[in-house]
Design a protein around this ligand. Sequence first.
Ligand code: SF4
Ligand code: SF4
Length: 442
Amino acid sequence: MELQELKDLLKKSGIVGAGGAGFPTYAKLSYDVNTVILNGAECEPLFRVDQNLLATHTDEILTGLSLVVEAVGAKEGILAYKEHYHEADEAVERVIYKYPRLRKKLLKDGYPAGDEVVLVYETTGRVVPQGGIPINVGAMVMNVETAFNVYNAVEKKEPVTYKYLTVGGAVNEPKTLRVPIGTKFGDLIKEAGGPSIESYKLLVGGPMTGVIGSLNDTVTKTTKGIFVLPMDNPIIELREYRLKVALKRAMGVCSQCRMCTDLCPRNLLGHSIEPHKIMNSLAFGLDYNSEVFVNALACCECNLCSAYACHQGLNPKAIIADLKGRLRANGVKLPKIDSKVKDEREFRRVPVGRVVARLKLTKFNVDAPLNEMTLEPNILTIKTRQSIGAPVTLVVNKGDKVESGQVIGNIDEKSLGVFLHSPIDGIIDEVNKDYLVIRREG
Ligand code: SF4
Ligand code: SF4
């Protein structure tokens, strides 16, 4: 398929990155890409979506990846997943001979293996320059489920209306499910056998990068997992940190041991982020060295410094994320510079098992088998903003009848964003600028 034809189809099919912030996939496709990397690292602890999908929908995913490789004219596509994903690997081994432009790269265990910049280096040896993006080194990264969605759009003419996600933590039956976009989190917890503890918080997204959510919130195109966690779990405590307190504590107890910097995955790739210096400068109100602050923009917010590295229980990531927001609001940009990978990087790899243990998640680190017999809720609440980019313009009104797969929101040609579709046959019960509610017919 021609590149422009594929881009138009992906936009109209509502495809965004299914594994992260949800960048519209069509906007990543370009003739400058010579390597397309399938991100199956699933670096967040407890997620099981990509390994399950790769093991069960192997041909579809490899076809989706090949379609992109061919359309952009890339030299090759690389399937990247961890060496201990045995089931996925066996499934790939059975079919990869049919795809001459694809090869696999097994990744060593470590967090954050799925960070785009880390993944590009691990699979190609190329270092994305600080302040740059993978295309600067000819690479494009695409999540496993995104490749599956490309296959569905091209071969089956199906837009994105369902999402695969893991429901885990303190639930009676951890599962990986396929559910309509707009499904309530509360329904997902029930489907996973209900909570196994009385008092809990809900974490939406992975333990390292997720946020605290509510049972009434609903699935979007980027929801990859939800987890029930005890109130006193360290992740919950970290998320509930107040910024002012974080700064005061940094002032009081940061020992400047620099563990946060020594384990920082971006620093190890040669980017200039140095969290210990930011902590020192911010905590003591020192603002004479603006470079230290600007370098905060190189942080990928993996949370390794706060959730794992810091022996004082400080929260450099939260402080840096806030700083990044303020720098961006003032139009500050990170200078693009070439980076030199540090020699010690190989020895500073942080095994996911160690992260799991540190976060008191070991008992929740279990299988979450894929169940494709989806939940079919009667009411779906679908947000108009599902991912990075502009919100859609709704093209339906209260009382309208809609069919499964019908466009309910579109986006003009010039805006970055993708179309939105109804997952079910139903009636529009409510419409406003933030969301719409669809009630299943019958
Ligand atoms: S690891 Fe913690 S104590 Fe050490 S320098 Fe970083 S923030 Fe300070
Ligand atoms: S969150 Fe911390 S460890 Fe991760 S990139 Fe940012 S500064 Fe480095």
